[in-house]
Design a protein around this ligand. Sequence first.
Ligand code: SAH
Ligand code: SF4
Length: 355
Amino acid sequence: MVRAGESAWRGRQLAEAIYHQRITELSEITTLPKSLRLRLIAEDWQVARPAITQVFQSIDGTERSLIQCQGPEAETVETVWMPEGDDGESGDDSDSNPGDEGAKRWRRATICISSQVGCAVNCQFCLTARLGFRRNLSAGEIAGQVLAVFDRHGVEVGRDRVNLVFMGMGEPFLNYDNFMAAVRLLIQEVGLSPQRMTVSTSGIVPGIVRFAREPAEFRPKLAISLNAPNDAIRGEIMPINRKWPIKSVVDAVRQVQLRPRERITFEYVLLGGVTDRPEDARELARMVRRTGLPIKVNLIAWNPGPGIPCTMPQLEAVEAFRSALVGAGIPTSLRQPRGRDIYAACGQLKRTVEG
Ligand code: SAH
Ligand code: SF4
């Protein structure tokens, strides 16, 4: 607004209209005087919200949206909506919407957001890596994915229980400034809580160090894609480990001032025969304990993708791995694959149009 010759205070009104009222047309922002709206439109200003162009629906309720970003390089990114039904699968009754029974088919949901078009990190098991790095998303494009999905599902902020995970396409900590600006928009303008947001990084150490310095009110929870019990295996499947080995990542994570009861998540993708063996579980348990950090492990059975030379872990191997960690006293969860049939599950986001 300052660039348009107006006071900065008008910018606050604009942010309120775009992010809180979720208005998508300048002409409808009635908190701005009509003459100003007309002038902005005449000068070709726009509210450029990313638009959903295609939606793939999974049998499990998950939706993968292709989102068209504006700009000269019209790129698409993917955003995934994962509702949880009211059939007890979420395991608690604390968050039902009183007086709103049956109005919505979901009672809580998670949205997975992309931070870049493609990814440069090149993890061997990930389909997004095959796109290569195309470009960073702007803060508006990152936050705009959330607004687009909110509108599609009629999400009411402050009433509906929605979690955000920055685990879509791209490495958020290689687009740090835009990612954090989006987080601030989502907290300050949209009204979401940082405690309902989780950012996952492949272990970009300078990014983790910066993140550790963010004030708690703007800091999402942190997940680290560990994926291997030692540097040798991790270096094979995640080339980034040669630059920032496990110890450097763990040391950076130590700098984060956790909130009461907060834990760092270590994500661990189970690759058949590579990271899912009993000795991997034992080594992982020892390594995790040695860090002394309050962590939990989130196991993810590898999701297949065309042309990726990995194998899915056997069901028994997954179960044995989990029990070994639990037996070693490590809080462990197993991520349920969502939307595998439409290429919406972890590591499958590659703008696959066939669904
Ligand atoms: N770039 C960030 C966030 C996106 S990836 C990161 O790597 O952390 C989100 C999670 O999906 C990561 O933990 C990653 O290890 C995992 N992942 C990638 N490809 C996968 C696949 N094919 N199957 C299961 N998980 C996968
Ligand atoms: Fe990038 Fe994450 Fe995929 Fe690795 S797992 S290539 S960091 S999106």
